[in-house]
Design a protein. Structure first.
Length: 488
């Protein structure tokens, strides 16, 4: 039997800023994917609700917001499918490569197909591809390092830098093209960016370790036809529902919310009822439940950067810079700057505090309270006319958004792995992504209650609810910590 090839790139490869050279290829495809993803999303909502004479589709704002929220939720729902295909059929690296191709095709559809056809085909493909890439890029990075390689954390930090670089430049450049030439040229730039990442990755993927293509739990070949039948049946069912108008633009967010909630309940039920977990593991899963609820509340507000905040930036924000009007999409490049600056600060603070840092339930509680306060910061500007909110105010509010995000997002992924039973490691991470999916879909559903002419109740009620949820979790932090059985 032939000896297996090395599964790691080796500790002596330091050609990419002290990291394995293979990291450059995953860094590149993820950076360009985020460039295309956030670049497209930066102009998507206004494309949907701008009038036809302004280059848009003329969709009502509430319906447009629901579409964007449903699409965002579908991206995170797709991570489950991407993880399953990688674990059972193809391995992470192959799914990553295929997903990148699917994403590029989605952006091409948005750029070239007119009207609703481009939106429908494009968003479905981008959602499926982004879910597959998001689920597997991190896994591929992990295969570049041996378990005892001390460069692992630094490598992931560099990887996440690429994510935020793409998220920063995407909305800026697509926004310029949208403003000067038109929406489809903005979507076209997103397609070009994804194509650049795909070409670069296609040349470098051969240098990735064999472990990145490993299938951990192979599906028996005899069951492949069944998978194909189920996939085909799902496509036919969705097509029939669309043609019979059971699925419509105005109820998309409702459908994604119901589907995500059902998936989350099913996941919790399967894990908690399993005979493969012991009492300690079951207690930890119960502890994850209040964290899950808090996460949903957090993301339902945070993800309104792409729905309500886009409308607000279009209608309320003073975007005049020395006589030049800043594109609406540029507002979405503010958060990545703060992430790049503050992520290292938070990491250093947690490292310095060590065992004295707040427990995970308290971090989640603080994140919800701070996110609620961010919404209350809109109140002094509520009821103003066009261009009534200064740009510096939005910058400050998004700084608060970012602080809340850094208290919950990386902590949530970390605690999901810590609380996961041995038999359900991937499923617990999927549960955290389901909380993001559910919150994102809810953020789109909430747009129907936003009235630009009477904003105070909207921001006050949602901000107050988030603060109450955060305070409630904070008061229950000790019982939740007890259920976590030694995990902090």
């Amino acid at each position: 039997m032939t000896a297996p090839t090395s599964t790691h790139t080796g500790s002596h490869d330091t050609r990419f800023f002290g990291q394995p050279w293979a990291l450059a290829h995953v860094f590149g495809v993820e950076m360009w994917e985020r460039f295309s993803f956030y670049g497209m999303q930066g102009i998507l909502l206004i494309y949907l609700y701008y009038s036809v004479t302004d280059g848009g589709l003329g969709v009502p704002q509430a319906v447009a917001g629901g579409i964007v929220g449903a699409y965002g939720g579908a991206v995170y729902l797709s991570t489950i499918l991407g993880a399953w295909v990688a674990d059972r059929m193809l391995g992470s690296e192959r799914v990553l490569f295929i997903s990148a191709i699917v994403i590029m095709c989605g952006h091409v559809a948005l750029a070239l197909l007119p009207g609703y056809a481009g939106v429908g085909v494009g968003l479905v493909l981008v959602a499926l591809g982004s879910g597959g890439l998001k689920a597997n890029a991190t896994s591929v990075v992990g295969t570049l390092y041996a378990p005892d390689d001390t460069r692992r954390d630094a490598g992931f930090s560099l990887f996440y830098l690429g994510i935020n670089l793409g998220a920063f430049f995407g909305p800026i450049l697509t926004g310029i093209l949208q403003q000067r030439i038109g929406f489809h040229f903005g979507f076209g730039l997103a397609a070009i960016g994804m194509a650049a990442g795909l070409v670069q990755y296609s040349f470098g993927r051969r240098g990735l370790p064999d472990q990145s293509r490993h299938v951990p739990n192979p599906l028996p070949r005899r069951r492949y036809p069944l998978v194909g039948i189920i996939a085909a049946a799902a496509i036919v069912l969705i097509a029939v529902c669309v043609l019979t108008r059971l699925i419509r633009p105005d109820n998309l967010s409702d459908i994604v919310i119901v589907a995500t909630l059902a998936a989350a309940i099913a996941y919790f039920a399967v894990i908690l009822s399993s005979r493969r977990i012991d009492a300690t593991e079951r207690s930890r899963v119960w502890a994850f439940l209040p964290l899950f609820v808090t996460s949903v509340a957090f993301w339902s507000l945070y993800q309104q950067q792409f729905t309500v905040l886009t409308v607000y930036s279009d209608e309320r924000l003073d975007r005049n810079l020395f006589g030049w009007t800043m594109p609406v999409s540029w507002v979405q490049s503010i958060n990545p700057v703060f992430i790049i600056v503050l992520s290292g600060v938070f990491a250093a603070v947690w490292t310095r505090l060590g065992r004295r840092q707040p427990t995970t339930p308290l971090k989640f509680a603080m994140a919800a309270v701070i996110m609620g306060c961010a919404f209350l910061l809109f109140l002094p500007f509520s009821g103003g006319g066009p261009n009534s909110t200064p740009l510096v105010a939005i910058v400050g509010i998004l700084l608060v958004f970012t602080i809340a995000e850094l208290l919950l997002s990386p902590v949530g992924l970390s605690v999901a792995t810590k609380l996961a039973p041995a038999a359900f490691q991937t499923q617990m991470v999927a549960l955290f992504f389901l909380s993001v999916a559910l919150g994102t879909a809810v953020s789109g559903w909430l747009v129907q209650f936003y009235d630009p002419h009477n904003e105070t109740p909207y921001f006050a009620i949602l901000g107050g609810i988030a603060i109450v949820i955060g305070i409630g979790l904070g008061l229950c932090a000790k019982p939740v910590l007890a259920l976590m059985r030694g995990v902090r």
